[in-house]
Design a protein around this ligand. Structure first.
Ligand code: NAP
Length: 310
């Protein structure tokens, strides 16, 4: 039962304790009618703001919560929680989307311009002329909020864009391939960017067979999820020289264990899951809007489909 306190709502902040300081002021400013707390009687909460790493694993005592609002775009850890019965919304944040687009564009430019070619060793390497962006094929796996923002930024530079999504829904400026046409999407990818969510259907997608469909020398940029790539298959393809380089931001185990071969492989750049952060200043109004919708019984935005897993 929804507790009747007028427009007041009591909201549980269930995230890493360190996140509280960054989030609480922005959330309270965006939603002054919210009584935000880090703990208390479970039945007293009207909604839950969630991010991985907090203490609450069992959501069953929070039966009065009308919404679990994730602070993360990736919801694989909460959507698979068997105690989750409340509606779950994922994070859609303009700051997050811009951050991801900037990350992907930066690393794509490193690949495109061949920035790694110019070792400071006294050798005058002027024999390679990089193609212009319209001659460079970039494929984005996943054309959701982040994939589309990345496509818009790369498209503004002029790259020849292809994309891959479950539905194959059209995206302006992108040649879109649906779930049955992965091979065609990979075949165009001199630079491959993975922005797929982690679901049962995307796990291990980039295995030996699919990596072999990429053009020789292709770069992979993976800020999506580590589970999409079979680690051993990627290392083997790099070792054979089939792939040019991999920029990996996400991993099957995080932090990436110190003895993992990715750390020492010359064909791999490791970044520590920093591609894009949800920004309290841009995301708090998004959270506030969804909380108000949940409280007033209006449709909740960015609902996660449990069966699809994203
Ligand atoms: P989203 O809006 O839910 O979009 C997901 C996209 O993936 C959609 O285009 C969807 O297709 C497609 N897709 C899902 N399953 C598929 C399948 N089996 N085959 C083909 N396409 C499939 O997600 P988002 O907000 O863009 O976020 C994407 C992911 O980025 C998150 O899930 C998270 O893992 C990752 N992320 C990483 C960081 C970081 O810092 N590294 C930060 C934020 C997010 P449809 O369009 O047809 O539904």
């Amino acid at each position: 039962m929804f507790t009747d306190r007028g427009s007041q709502m009591r909201v549980l902040f269930a995230a890493r304790p360190e996140a509280w300081q960054a989030w609480a002021p922005a959330l309270r400013e965006a939603c002054p009618e919210m009584d935000l707390d880090r703990g208390g009687e479970p039945a007293s909460f009207d909604a839950i703001i969630y991010a991985p790493g907090g203490e609450i694993e069992d959501l069953s005592p929070y039966g009065n919560a009308r919404l679990v609002q994730s602070l993360w775009a990736g919801v694989e850890r909460i959507v698979t929680n068997p105690t989750l019965t409340q509606p779950l919304a994922r994070m859609v944040d303009p700051g997050l989307a811009r951050g991801m687009a900037e990350f992907c564009t930066g690393w794509a430019m490193r690949a495109h311009l061949g920035m790694d070619r110019y070792a400071q060793d006294g050798t005058w390497r002027n024999d390679v002329v990089a193609p212009l962006a319209p001659q460079r094929g970039v494929t984005i796996l996943g054309l959701g909020e982040l994939g589309r923002a990345t496509a818009a930024m790369l498209g503004a530079i002029g790259f020849r864009l292809a994309g891959f999504s479950a539905s194959g829904r059209p995206v302006e400026g992108v040649e879109v391939f649906d779930a049955d046409h992965l091979a065609a999407a990979l075949g165009r990818a001199e630079i491959l960017i993975n922005l797929l969510p982690d679901t049962a259907r995307t796990r291990d997608l980039l295995d030996d067979d699919h990596l072999a469909m990429l053009p020789r020398g292709a770069w992979i940029i993976n800020p999506g999820r580590g589970t999409a790539i079979v680690d051993a298959a990627l290392i083997a393809a790099l070792d054979r020289g089939d792939l040019g380089h991999a920029v990996l931001d996400v991993f099957r185990t995080e932090p990436l264990p110190g003895d993992h071969p990715f750390w020492s492989h010359p064909g791999v750049t490791v970044t520590p899951h920093i591609a894009a952060e949800t920004r309290p200043e841009t995301a708090a109004p998004v959270v506030a809007e969804n909380l108000r919708r949940a409280m007033s019984g209006r449709p909740i935005l960015n609902l996660v489909d449990r069966d699809r897993g994203y």
